[in-house]
Ligand binder design. Structure first.
Ligand code: LLP
Length: 433
């Protein structure tokens, strides 16, 4: 780990802009407890500074190639988070009509938007063409035909890149590996080659790019290098056949620290990757999500009850899998820090569980921390990516509020949902009245 990173991360004490001042956990210059008292719990809290810093780190590391960095907004699509990044010059990587809508509302220029995903509907495709996005990342030949048909009807020439599946195992959780041969994503290289040969058959399309994204939370450069080398060999052979590749989209996937991971830094990643591309003329695109927002957010919650069984100490929380589903879905680790530290207390081991009626409803298991009391506050760290964006209303639980901190200021950037919000759009039909 680089010295700079060590300064930002001190186990149990500091994670980027979340750190203790005396006994109090703070986000930038605000006590988390003050936010919790003003806004209630559960609440997602994001650091503006961490978001901006992570974006800038990547930008700086790759500045010699001036890539377009399209933040992958599925990680956290709150308007204020998007606005923060758009103001920094970021483009956006979208995967639905809803994300296109948010991207436009956040003020992102259409020519900085790339659109991926295996299941774009005709309507979504038409909206994105009309908006004038930079590129569609194509995932199948069927989709290619559909975009060609719609673009033809709209009398537009549409730029597309083919998402290729290089068949590389990224060495991450099976649910977030996308570049293996059995994955639903992208085209195998033979099919992609055939598409380029048949490109005159798609007169409304300019097939001018290659896209590759092999998975998420990748901690070393090796799987990236393997995949990018394969892609470069493929691109070189295409160029020899006269195809012109203008864009190379290298996807996202950079891993972050959740517990004791030692991921490559942006500079280390760049040092490994840059030599592959220096002598090439592509416009490079990156689509980082987690790297930018993952450690920029926490989920703060309160302990409702403590419960002791013959084999466990449970801390029952006012949050659970409906707010943060990652532990349930991927067995992921989120550090648990008390909002107020008390060094005089003894240590205890707890399972942190939610109120949802599922035995998979836990946020952390078998964690040693200070002895806890009902009513106290806790923070689940590294919850800025795929936290709120994957939250649901299961068990009819309103989704939490979201807060953005900037220096000594904080603002609610999404109100806590109400019971009224839960029923929005529902109707009892006349035959039940
Ligand atoms: N580009 C594409 C085409 C993607 O599918 C993804 C993520 C990204 C970029 C951004 O990847 P990142 O830089 O965030 O690793 N819900 C899971 C992660 C799912 C990732 C989906 N695709 C989790 O909570 O770990």
């Amino acid at each position: 780990m680089s010295a700079g990173l060590e300064k930002e991360i001190e186990r149990g004490v500091r994670l980027h802009d979340f750190y203790y001042v005396g006994r109090d956990l703070c986000c930038e210059k605000v006590r988390v407890w003050d936010i919790v008292q003003a806004v209630g719990t559960p609440v997602y809290i994001y650091s503006h500074r961490t978001i901006v810093e992570h974006f800038r780190k990547l930008k700086r590391a790759f500045q010699s190639l001036r890539p377009l960095i399209c933040y992958s907004m599925k990680a956290n699509s709150n308007l204020a988070v998007l606005k923060t990044l758009v103001r920094e010059g970021a483009g956006l990587d979208i995967v639905s009509g809803g994300e296109l809508y948010r991207a436009r509302r956040a003020g992102c220029e259409a020519r900085k938007i790339v659109y991926a995903g295996v299941g774009k509907t005709g309507e979504e495709i038409e909206e994105a063409i009309r908006a004038g996005i930079l590129l569609f990342n194509i995932e199948s030949t069927a989709e290619l035909g559909e975009i060609n048909r719609i673009a033809g009807r709209l009398k537009k020439k549409v730029k597309v890149s083919l998402r290729v599946n290089p068949g590389v195992d990224p060495g991450t959780h099976r649910h977030i590996a996308t570049g293996k041969p059995e994955s639903k994503f992208g085209l195998d290289l033979d099919t992609a080659h055939a598409v380029f040969i048949q490109s005159p058959g798609y007169p409304a399309l300019s097939i001018c790019g290659i896209h590759v994204h092999i998975g998420s939370q990748i901690l070393t450069g090796e799987p990236f290098l393997k995949a990018f080398r394969k892609v470069l060999i493929f691109v070189t052979s295409l160029e020899k056949e006269g195809c012109k590749i203008e864009y190379l989209n290298l996807g996202g996937g950079l891993g972050i620290i959740y517990s004791d991971e030692k991921p490559q830094t942006a500079e280390e990643f760049a040092q490994e990757i840059l030599p592959l591309f220096h002598h090439r003329k592509f416009r490079l695109i990156f689509e980082p999500g987690r790297f930018i927002v993952g450690n920029a957010g926490i989920l703060a919650a309160r302990i409702l009850y403590l419960k002791k069984t013959p084999v466990k100490n449970f801390a029952v929380l006012d949050t659970g899998m409906n707010d943060l589903i990652r532990p349930t879905l991927y067995d992921s680790h989120h550090e648990v820090w008390p909002l107020e530290k008390d060094p005089r207390r003894e240590k205890r081991v707890y399972d942190f569980v939610g109120p949802v009626c599922e035995s998979g409803d836990f946020l952390a298991r078998d964690r040693s921390t200070q002895e806890l009391r009902a009513g106290e506050g806790l923070a689940f760290l590294s919850a800025g990516a795929y936290g709120f964006s994957m939250a649901s209303n299961y068990n009819s639980r309103p989704r939490p509020a979201e807060v953005l901190v900037k220096g000594s200021e904080f603002a609610v950037i999404r109100k806590r949902e109400t019971h009224g919000d839960l029923l929005r759009g529902e109707k009892v039909p006349p035959f039940l009245r």
